[in-house]
Ligand binder design. Structure first.
Ligand code: MSP
Length: 680
């Protein structure tokens, strides 16, 4: 029997900045899909990577005083480390600066020229282009702002290679008509269709002004436009580029076309219009499905570095692990992201809601059911799964749990859950699984209350059946929820005395009733210890602050997991004086101070820095009262990008030392010094 393959991709991420929870959203969702498909018996290939070319990489490197190659080397590692920390099971990671990728992109163009000689031509391009979103904003020289980020687009005028997208309008419309699920959700398909129906303009696919890119074959003055380069990663990463037609690699033949490209909604046009046209022109098969999910919003806007409203994933995972005293952070984040929002729609991110979900569904829900079940099996049955007697099966009411009808209804629930996974409706899948926790587990236990009194003589059959029932429920839940919360379900699996990796189980062949009596269960250990909300939110924010303050990790930095630990003196790599000179440190005087509502840690200050009064939010409220800081001279970092903390804009940073217990000590002066003086 040959194994079926399943190939799914996330976008490749811009390597100019550190990934945040919004970036991790696509990757976590795809990881759930990859795990699910593996559990259905597929040979799964799961690809992501880093988008390492383009003008914004060039500029980001320039700002840091390093080469683009150094920048992307450093940043791709941050991505890899984060995916490792989050337990993402990628099988392929593409870097667009690799030689294999460059060869694939050049081969794609050569192949296109052979298959469709008219598809690519050279012409003059003049227009407005957003360097931050790599988007052609308009084809005229008139000033224009980018519709995505709102910033002024730059004027570009040069000779380019163009792709004749206009010639693909009919072919694309036919594709959408024949394959209405090519783009999902449906409402996105409608948007794409309307866009194409309105008429397509040819697109420029090379650049002359930019140096940091893949050279155009036989015309190295040009480099590839980043989107042509980036989209090709979906094929280069699985071996395209070998042989004269590029498709000689056997793994490529096995995996292409992709089963799904999972993306965020803002890049749908590139995936559902440009990419299929590029592939048609090259005579290559098209991906089967493009699924565009919504945005993760934070403080009412799309979480994004340019807006400064970001939360990182590392502090969330690390704070949960630390406070729970167990490795629960990953599952907490995954569960929250996949459960809270209908996949496809926009969703809100909030640390408070994350902790609430964790405590309600994971600690009190599944975790509690697991500990109660195991504790009772130990207490009443010496740690062995009991057998269900005929008497239990024959008992009116109670006996239904052991009847063929019950078995059938569990099958129906499983079919619904699998269907939800197939449709990427993680929230519906999780909802249904937690119904099982509540209805087959918690409710059964509270109805029959085996712990209310010691089992009475003659009642053994009842306790046996009840314990088997909840243990079998738990086994079911562990298998079904594994794609969403892989760490805890593996623990539950082992606690139930099951062997091997849960990920190797066939979710599509799960059957009710297969928990073997006599199985020895493990010690009940809390899989999701409860955590205190206020403390957790503050710890996440404090750890987040450490990441923001900390130096950008050097190429050989510690894994991201360790990024929040205070650095030992002398542990960081040295910087040149020119790097230090970039930081504008000034003397400021605190004019007013008040606590930020809803947190014990943050204080809003107005600081006079000589030239102006700045509003700065500082994490000092647990150590100082507002009265203690007003009138005090402090040191501030004056040239930091503004950002929001708890919705309050902070325009700079107050410098403080950190004691071993984490509390801050403000930096101040003994001698008098004028406000606004620069520190160097
Ligand atoms: N490099 C391009 C993709 C090229 S694919 C051939 C890119 N990179 S990105 O880093 O900006 O985005 C990567 C993914 O993260 C996208 O799917 C994007 O939608 C997703 N997200 C980034 N911020 C997000 C949110 N705040 N919310 C949800 N997803 C978001 O685009």
């Amino acid at each position: 029997m040959t194994t079926k393959t399943y190939y799914l991709t996330t976008p490749i991420y811009y390597a100019n900045s550190r990934p945040h929870v919004g970036s991790a959203y696509t990757t976590i969702a795809c990881d759930a899909v990859a795990r699910y498909k593996r559990m259905c018996g597929y040979d799964v290939a799961y690809l992501s990577g880093t988008d390492e070319h383009g003008v914004n990489i060039e500029r980001a490197a320039e700002k840091l005083g390093i080469t683009p190659a150094e920048l992307v080397d450093r940043n791709q590692k941050i991505f890899r480390d984060l995916w490792k920390l989050l337990g993402i099971q990628l099988t392929h990671f593409v870097r667009t600066t690799s030689t294999e990728h460059a060869r694939a992109v050049q081969t794609l163009v050569r192949r296109t020229r052979r298959h469709s000689p008219d598809a690519i031509y050279k012409a003059k391009y003049e227009g407005r282009y957003c360097i931050y979103d790599n988007l052609y904003v308009s084809d005229s020289a008139e000033p224009a702002n980018c519709p995505l980020c709102g910033r002024p687009a730059e004027l570009i005028s040069e000779e380019n290679y163009f792709f004749r997208l206009s010639a693909y309008q009919e072919k694309l419309l036919t594709l959408y008509q024949k394959q209405p699920d090519f783009v999902q959700p449906d409402f996105r398909m409608n948007e794409v269709r309307s866009f194409v129906e309105a008429g397509l303009k040819d697109v420029s696919i090379s650049r002359k002004a930019i140096k940091w890119g893949i050279p155009w074959p036989d015309d190295p003055e040009h480099v590839f436009y980043v989107w042509y380069d980036a989209l090709s990663s979906y094929i280069s990463g699985i071996g395209f580029g070998e042989g004269p037609e590029g498709d000689a690699n056997p793994r490529f033949k096995e995996l292409w076309p992709a089963d799904v490209h999972m993306i965020g909604k803002e890049i749908i046009r590139f995936h559902a219009v440009y990419w299929p046209a590029f592939l048609m022109a090259a005579g290559l098969p098209l991906p089967k499905r493009i699924f565009a999910h919504g945005w993760l919003l934070f403080e009412q806007e799309k979480m994004s570095k340019s807006k400064g409203n970001i939360a990182y994933a590392e502090p969330i995972v690390n704070a949960f692990d630390e406070l729970a005293g167990a490795k629960v952070g990953n599952d907490a984040l995954r569960y929250y992201l996949l459960r809270e929002t209908v996949f496809g729609q926009d969703g809100n991110f909030s640390r408070e809601a994350l902790v609430t979900r964790y405590n309600a569904d994971l600690a009190n829900g599944l975790g509690n059911l697991a500990s109660r079940t195991l504790a009772m099996i130990h207490q009443y049955r010496g740690g062995q799964v009991p057998e269900v007697s005929q008497k239990a099966k024959d008992t009116p009411g109670f006996g239904r749990f052991f009847s063929p009808e019950w078995s059938e209804s569990t099958k129906k629930a499983r079919v619904r859950i699998l269907h939800s996974y197939d449709e990427f409706q993680f929230s519906a899948a999780a909802g249904e699984i937690w119904e099982i926790v509540a209805n087959w587990g918690d409710q059964v236990l509270s109805t029959y209350q085996p712990w209310a009194k010691e089992p009475q003589p003659g009642q053994e059959w009842f306790v046996d059946a009840l314990l088997w029932l909840v243990a079998e429920t738990l086994r079911h839940v562990a298998v079904l929820a594994h794609p969403i919360i892989p760490d805890a379900t593996q623990k539950i699996w082992e606690q139930l005395g099951q062997t091997g990796k849960l990920g190797d189980q066939r979710i599509d062949q799960l059957k009710w009733g297969e928990l073997r009596p006599g199985t020895r269960v493990g010690r009940p250990e809390a899989v999701f210890p409860r955590i205190e909300k206020k403390e957790a939110v503050e710890r996440m924010e404090a750890m987040e602050e450490e990441i923001r303050k900390g130096p950008a990790p050097a190429p050989k930095a510690e894994p991201a997991a360790a990024a929040s630990a205070p650095a030992a003196p002398g542990a960081t790599s040295r910087i040149g004086i020119e790097d230090f000179a970039k930081v504008e440190l000034r003397v400021g005087e605190v004019k007013s101070a008040e606590r930020v509502a809803g947190t014990d840690r943050l204080m809003k200050l107005v600081v006079d820095i000589g030239t102006e009064q700045r509003q700065i939010v500082a994490g000092i409220a647990a150590a100082y009262t507002p009265e203690q800081v007003v009138g005090r001279k402090v040191v501030i970092v004056a040239n930091l990008e503004p950002r929001k903390l708890r919705g309050v804009e902070s325009n700079g940073m107050v410098v403080a030392a950190t004691r071993p217990d984490g509390s801050p000590v403000l930096c101040t002066f003994i001698e008098d010094v004028p406000v606004g003086s620069r520190l160097k």
